[in-house]
Design a protein around this ligand. Structure first.
Ligand SMILES: NC(=O)c1ccc[n+]([C@@H]2O[C@H](COP(=O)([O-])OP(=O)(O)OC[C@H]3O[C@@H](n4cnc5c(N)ncnc54)[C@H](OP(=O)(O)O)[C@@H]3O)[C@@H](O)[C@H]2O)c1
Length: 264
């Protein structure tokens, strides 16, 4: 299947590691011109070189803190100016902590939401007018399946994700007339650096050993394991592609079947 991504330009936030890195690699592998954004310039440069070597594509980088309004505006402007247009935004940078509800102060809630919730909203608001002017675009939000699976040890992330599913639908309504299609990819646990850190925090909050906690969680999954970043990236790539021309306002869960319920 030709995804029709060969002449497309994409900005992937949080593209230096984990899911974002896999998305950037998948898009570059399909011929898209990709810019990755994260805070650490060295990791960004290393990831860009690895993806270029693996795909033969060209990967640009921009170092910015997307928890700050200035960082979001600068990263968006950089993508538009280096590419001349922006066809695809993958909102993915997020790092909300798990923890003990009663011991979590306001500042931590606000910090988590500042990047994950406000960072996605601000970035969409920055790129939207460019996509309107150029006659369309794709926005894919990576929104954890914690949106629909509340957990007592991951309330900051769960609430931000639930809000982002609502935002995705509303933005899809707003974008439809301008041919801007907005979707969410909703992963359950994915084996990344962040997952390893979250497991340690959740195990600690539950008073358990991290390795035993991880084994227990994996055994709960119908497929007996959690996802690999590439399994999430392939869906993001499809939704960003010309082949997904009638999908908007939806959130697709990629969780190996663990979410209960019929309407996902
Ligand atoms: N892994 C999972 O199990 C899982 C499950 C569901 C949803 N998700 C969501 O998927 C997304 C990616 O998760 P991941 O597991 O791939 O994370 P990861 O491996 O920790 O990678 C996070 C990426 O975001 C960047 N980042 C972090 N804070 C940033 C900031 N303030 N400004 C700009 N970039 C920032 C990181 O680079 P720097 O640190 O250099 O900035 C890195 O590139 C997150 O939104 C997460 O909530 C993950």
């Amino acid at each position: 299947m030709d995804l029709g991504l060969g002449d497309r330009t994409a900005l992937v936030t949080g593209g230096s590691k984990g899911i974002g890195r896999a998305v950037a690699r998948a898009l570059a592998g399909e011929g898209a011109r990709v810019m990755i954004c994260a805070r650490d310039a060295e990791t960004l440069a290393r990831t860009a070189r690895e993806i270029e070597a693996g795909t033969g594509g060209r990967v640009e980088t921009v170092a910015a803190d997307l928890g700050e309004r200035e960082g979001v505006a600068r990263a968006a402007a950089e993508a538009v100016s280096r590419f001349g247009r922006l066809d695809i935004l993958v909102n993915n940078a997020g790092a909300i902590k798990a923890g003990d509800f009663l011991a979590t102060p306001d500042e931590e809630w606000l910090n988590g939401w500042r990047l994950k919730l406000l960072g996605y909203i601000r970035m969409a608001r920055e790129v939207f007018p460019h996509m309107q002017r150029q006659g369309g675009g794709r926005i894919v939000n990576v929104v954890g399946a914690a949106a629909r699976n509340p957990s007592a040890t991951y309330m900051m992330g769960g609430t931000a994700n639930a809000a982002l599913i609502n935002f995705t639908k509303a933005l899809a309504d707003l974008g439809a007339k301008s041919n801007i299609l907005v979707t969410a990819v909703s992963p359950g646990p994915v084996k990344t650096e962040r997952w390893d850190a979250l497991t340690r925090q959740q195990a600690q909050a539950a008073g358990k050993d991290a390795a035993a906690f991880e084994r227990e969680r994996a055994a709960d999954f119908p497929l007996g394991r959690i996802a690999l970043p590439e399994e999430v990236a392939d869906l993001v790539c499809f939704l960003a592609s010309a082949r997904a021309s009638f999908l908007t306002g939806i959130a697709i869960t990629v969780d190996g079947g663990i979410t209960r319920g019929v309407y996902l």
